[in-house]
Design a binder for this molecule. Structure first.
Ligand code: URA
Length: 375
């Protein structure tokens, strides 16, 4: 019995997950900054709470359990015995850190190395319901069993040195269904080093679609397109063109962040033709769903993806073309403005992007613009 109680305390310390309250709710009188729900095997709340009281400094927190609650007001621990209240259990107000944690958990899972028995031994199934990542585990186990394990294993083995097998690695794979959700995309290798796939933002019936190149560092972490420095510049250009981000469907030609390490930084690396082609599956789906009147390609990668072949950006600047049943406009990528050496050059690129967006707005408003060429 004593051993089992000690174990329950140890488990509680390992599996309690705090969620940060929003600033609005945390500012309410006596609302702790962090709240956790946990169902211990034994009545170990007071004992385990000591551990958190020593570890979490002056942050205020509360752990609620079916039999009572522990509240730390920043200086003192308060314990309260009570019966469970309806709706007491898991809240579904995940915080920002939790989204990041889930993305991290998912991206570090290696399907080739799944050992279900070991996983369940280290993190028993009864704890999953209290963990934010708990709901992911059954899905990733089933994905691993449904082929992801073999795909990851095959490419891992393929990377080992040894005798060359005289067939293309792609051809050595049996034909199997590709994942149908962007999250699970393995069409090229970029998912391996990315935190998550980054989809689109904006209305799915937008008149204007903007295609960027690929998510950057901040987009990779947040899961949202164009939220980093290039995105901020793009927002300025959009506003100057008399548009707002909420009217525009924003997406990228490639949905995973391609990067290489440089010291502690992750440095953007331009996606290759093979990656653009692999990702065209998703872009084509978006084009079919949104059916925008105007598509603006931001930079050469986006233009290559849109026109399905390597093309020169320079040749298409200021020359709108017909594409996908609407109009296509090519302009610079906002990161090109960021790379300019001085303010005047940066402003010039930004002005060109705004001009292209003004044109996009006019095209979207009027059905048949003039002075265009057929692609
Ligand atoms: N650059 C892009 O092309 N897309 C993003 O989402 C961010 C930076």
């Amino acid at each position: 019995m004593a051993k089992s109680v000690r174990r329950a305390k140890h488990d509680m310390i390992a599996y309690v997950r705090f969620r940060k309250q929003t600033s609005a709710s945390a500012s309410a009188v006596q609302t702790p900054e962090y709240i956790a729900w946990y169902e211990p095997e034994h009545d170990v709340l007071a004992w385990a709470a000591e551990h958190f009281a020593q570890r979490m400094g002056r942050s205020t927190w509360m752990i609620t359990t079916p039999r009572g609650a522990a509240f730390w007001d920043g200086q003192q621990l308060h314990l309260e015995q009570r019966r469970a209240l309806p709706g007491d259990h898991r809240r579904d107000t995940a915080d920002e850190a939790e989204a990041l944690w889930l993305a991290y958990y998912r991206s570090t899972f290696n399907p080739a190395r799944l050992n279900e028995a070991a996983l369940e031994q280290h993190m028993p199934v009864r704890f999953w319901k209290g963990l934010p990542e708990g709901h992911l585990i059954p899905a990733i186990i089933s994905e691993a069993k449904n082929g992801a394990r073999r795909v990851a294993q095959a490419s891992g083995v393929g990377a080992l040195s040894g005798k060359t097998i005289p067939i293309e690695a792609d051809m050595a794979q049996p034909v199997r269904d590709q994942p149908s959700s962007l999250d699970a995309c393995r069409r090229c290798d970029l998912w391996r080093n990315a935190t998550q796939a980054v989809g689109s933002s904006g209305p799915s019936r937008a008149r204007i679609m903007l295609i960027g190149e690929q998510p950057g560092d901040q987009e990779d972490l947040s899961g949202q397109p164009f939220v980093g420095p290039a995105g901020q510049l793009l927002t300025i250009a959009i506003t100057r063109a008399g548009l707002s981000r909420d009217q525009i469907y924003l997406t990228n030609a490639v949905k995973h962040f391609k990067w290489e390490p440089r010291g502690k930084r992750r440095l953007h690396k331009t996606p290759g033709q093979r990656e653009i082609e692999a990702c065209s599956y998703w872009l084509e789906r978006e084009l079919r769903t949104v059916r925008p009147a105007v598509i603006v390609a931001l930079g050469a990668t986006a233009l290559t993806a849109l026109l399905r072949g390597k093309v020169s950006l320079r040749d298409h600047l200021d020359a709108p073309f017909k594409v996908e049943g609407g109009w296509g406009i090519a302009t610079y990528h906002p990161s090109f403005a960021l790379r300019q050496q001085n303010d005047a050059d940066r402003d010039k690129v930004l002005a060109d992007i705004s001009k292209a967006l003004i044109r996009a707005r006019e095209f979207a408003e009027s059905a048949t613009p003039t002075g265009t060429k057929e692609q």
